[in-house]
Design a protein around this ligand. Structure first.
Ligand SMILES: NC(=O)c1ccc[n+]([C@@H]2O[C@H](COP(=O)([O-])OP(=O)(O)OC[C@H]3O[C@@H](n4cnc5c(N)ncnc54)[C@H](OP(=O)(O)O)[C@@H]3O)[C@@H](O)[C@H]2O)c1
Length: 271
């Protein structure tokens, strides 16, 4: 039987590439997005575009009801919707922080809570959460974004325990810098007209951010990793994916004493 997947944030970047990748591999894909007018119809066959804002519980419910009337069984959901922002924490507003958490953390939780009764009833299902290499290590001036992805990491790792008894898997995709609207549209999000004390630090590091973006991997590479996670039948939690530099840095984060690793980041980024 044809396998089925629902993806959030499928209007662009990793979500769109993932929808196309699964569709090409003959999965039936529910490609959800806030505004389906934004949908770029690269691969019409096997893709059903649907409206879903992960911050709107009623829309999530309506969307799931629609999907579960169309198919007997949903096999996989990919919580991909998310965004980040660059800048000094002190200059961020409570509304900016709240909206990032509303999408990256609470939105993901909303979607998972809505699908769990279906997965439990089937005694199967796979939840794939798109985290980030930045969910396992940090760079300067991304504190709010990192905190959301560290939350995704801890939440997913713990959730994995309680859902295993129901035959439900949880996996994490951890991309390094990837070509998408997220990185190409990235502006300094947290800034102030009155506090100038962070300006030179933020401007200097912003140049480094742009150098990193030049080495971004294509969204299709992340889509391939998500496909691997969905099909390998392994009880594996974490799937990092990125350019060789990102993967080496991640390895160093895991093996070096933290003090040394932080010194390494400082010398690479702040010099
Ligand atoms: N690009 C990277 O370097 C990178 C690295 C690590 C992790 N990630 C993660 O990868 C995921 C996808 O990002 P991307 O890089 O592909 O960026 P992107 O091209 O900007 O895509 C983000 C997607 O999230 C959607 N979204 C935002 N708010 C939403 C909401 N309230 N409800 C539903 N969808 C919403 C966007 O929809 P709209 O079109 O409506 O705005 C868009 O489809 C994110 O979780 C991001 O944190 C990205």
């Amino acid at each position: 039987m044809r396998r089925t997947i629902l993806i959030t944030g499928a209007s662009s970047g990793i979500g769109l590439a993932t929808a196309n990748y699964f569709a090409k591999n003959n999965w039936l894909v529910f490609a959800t997005m806030r505004n389906s007018e934004h949908y770029v119809n690269n691969q019409v066959e096997n893709i059903v575009p649907l409206e879903l804002d992960v911050t709107d519980k009623q829309k999530i419910k309506n969307c799931m009801d629609f999907v579960l009337k169309k198919v007997d069984k949903l096999d996989v959901i990919v919580n991909n919707a998310g965004f980040g922002g660059y800048g000094a924490f002190e200059l961020s507003t409570p509304d900016q922080r709240q909206s990032m958490y509303d999408v990256n953390v609470f939105g993901m939780m909303n979607v998972i809570q809505e699908i769990l009764p279906h997965f439990r009833a089937n005694n199967s299902g796979l939840i794939i959460n798109v985290s980030s290499i930045g969910g396992l290590m940090t760079y300067p001036l991304y504190s709010v974004y990192h905190s959301t992805k560290w939350a995704v990491e801890g939440f997913s790792e713990s959730l994995n325990f309680e859902l295993k008894h129901f035959g439900i898997g949880v996996k994490l995709i951890e991309p390094g810098v990837t070509k998408s609207n997220f990185v190409y549209g990235a502006q300094i999000m947290f800034k102030s007209n009155t506090v100038g004390d962070y300006d030179s630090y933020m401007n200097k590091l912003y140049l480094k951010v742009n150098e990193t973006v030049a080495r971004a991997i294509p969204s299709g590479k992340v889509a391939e990793k998500i496909f691997e996670a969905a099909t390998d039948n392994k009880e594996k939690l974490r799937y990092p994916v990125g350019n060789s530099q990102s993967l080496i840095l991640l390895k160093l984060r895991q093996i070096l004493p933290l003090k040394l690793f932080i010194k390494l980041i400082r010398t690479r980024i702040e010099k």
